[in-house]
Design a protein around this ligand. Structure first.
Ligand code: ZN
Length: 117
C-alpha cells in the first residue's frame, strides 16, 4: 500500500473515531442541549448522499469513509432525540429561590423566571 493510501485510511479512522468520542460523551453526560439537531441531520444527509456517489464511482475508500461517518452521526441523532428532556445536573449548583430551577453558580439572574439570586 502506498503512503497516500495509508494516510487516507488513518484519516478515515480518525474522522470516524471523532464521532464515537462524541457518542461516548453524550452517553456519559446525557446532555444534548448544546448539540444542533439540524447540523447532525444535514451531516447525515450529506454523508448518505455521498455513500451513493462512492458506490456509483466504485471507490472502496470513499465508500468506507462515508459509511464509517454516516452510522455514528445517525446514532448521535438518536441520542439527541432520546436525551431531549434530560438536563445536566450538579449538586453544587444553587436552586432559584422563586422557581427552583437549577442555576449555575456565577449566574446573577435565573434564566427561567428572571429572579435575581
Ligand atoms: Zn427562577
Amino acid at each position: 500500500m502506498e503512503l497516500p493510501n495509508i494516510i487516507s485510511w488513518i484519516a478515515i479512522i480518525t474522522l470516524a473515531g471523532s464521532y464515537w468520542f462524541q457518542i461516548y460523551k453524550i452517553h456519559v453526560h446525557k446532555e444534548v442541549r448544546d448539540l444542533s439537531m439540524t447540523y447532525h441531520v444535514l451531516l447525515a444527509l450529506g454523508f448518505g448522499i455521498l455513500i451513493f456517489t462512492a458506490f456509483v464511482e466504485d471507490s472502496t475508500i470513499f465508500l468506507v469513509k462515508q459509511i464509517a461517518t454516516f452510522i455514528p452521526v445517525l446514532i448521535i441523532i438518536g441520542q439527541i432525540k432520546y436525551h431531549d428532556k434530560d438536563h445536566w445536573h450538579s449538586k453544587n449548583d444553587p436552586l432559584c429561590s422563586r422557581c427552583n430551577t437549577e442555576n449555575e453558580p456565577d449566574w446573577h439572574y435565573c434564566p427561567t423566571c428572571g429572579q435575581m439570586n
